[in-house]
Design a binder for this molecule. Sequence first.
Ligand code: SAH
Length: 351
Amino acid sequence: MLHLLDQTPEQLDAWLAERQVPKYRARQVRRWLFGDTVDGFDRMTDLSKPLRSQLAEEFSLWTTEVAAHRKSADGTEKLLLQLADGQRVECVLLRDDKEHHTVCLSTQVGCAMGCAFCASGLDGVVRNLTTGEIVEQMLRLKRLLPSGERLSHIVVMGMGEPLANLDRLLPALEVAGQPDGLGISARRITISTVGLPKGIRRLADVDCQYHLAVSLHAPNDELRNRLVPANRKTGIAAVLEAADYYFEKTGRRVMFEYVLLAGVNDQPEHARELVALLHGRPALVNLIPYNPVAGLPFHTPKSAATARFAEVLEHGGLSVAIRYRKGDRIDAACGQLRRVAANSVSPSSEK
Ligand code: SAH
């Protein structure tokens, strides 16, 4: 069986054309997929019965099941999705207000990057997600909204390294962008990478307006090699060169993420070194206080230390944002719910 959400609009059009189905039917199918997102082909009531059964014979509509669903008081909701092969990935819906609904998507089962403080990579990478599995996360999360409310933003900051799975991610984001898809323009989509220079350049050459976030986490190679092992192959200089290229090609200011780990990379001298490193770049630094992962030896800095770090950066002329933490109680940091669920007998829903 093929996954219907894995088909590009062109493939679906071609499939229908081969069966002499008029073109406007494709629009109807897409409306059932991305508008109301029905549960089964039999619910696509304005399609003929034979077409519905032809579709059902060839395609599956949903390939995931919700293995756990958690909600936190601030409106953040997290789904643990079980894929057809039994693997599990997480995705999150964040609500800022009625107009701002952001989804956070995973691109791989696990992660090969092995960042020292991250839950997703503790067991390595299992496989890439398919385009359909990435689109399905968007639709599962969209269905959590009251009807009439739309998704407005996408952040690709869930499990996995997005630039290691660009071939599947890009078509999924294209579907998200189409007016008869989800209508989320590239400018409202942020792709976060550990910093793979080749991948960054490739994304720049796609020539879309995606917002790029680079997970820097350290101001020098010695420290970054320890926290972000992928750095050992590349080095910070090559990552920054690729980020500069991204800015030149797209005109979009690159965001640098920096997870603050108490006593490890959060000292004023680290901040000063970061100022020197990013000097002259139209960069935005996003400080992320460490979200504790069970079994890892790191600690969240006190808010005074975070504020002091931010101050040094600002004095050095950098734009700084401190990432407001959402959904802590529901293990909303990447990879955490999957681990909790894997270690407990039955993942339960929490209100
Ligand atoms: N592979 C991509 C996406 C990872 S998740 C990347 O490396 O950017 C998005 C961000 O969350 C990354 O900056 C990642 O380093 C950060 N992150 C991972 N674990 C974290 C934790 N325990 N606390 C805070 N941030 C974390």
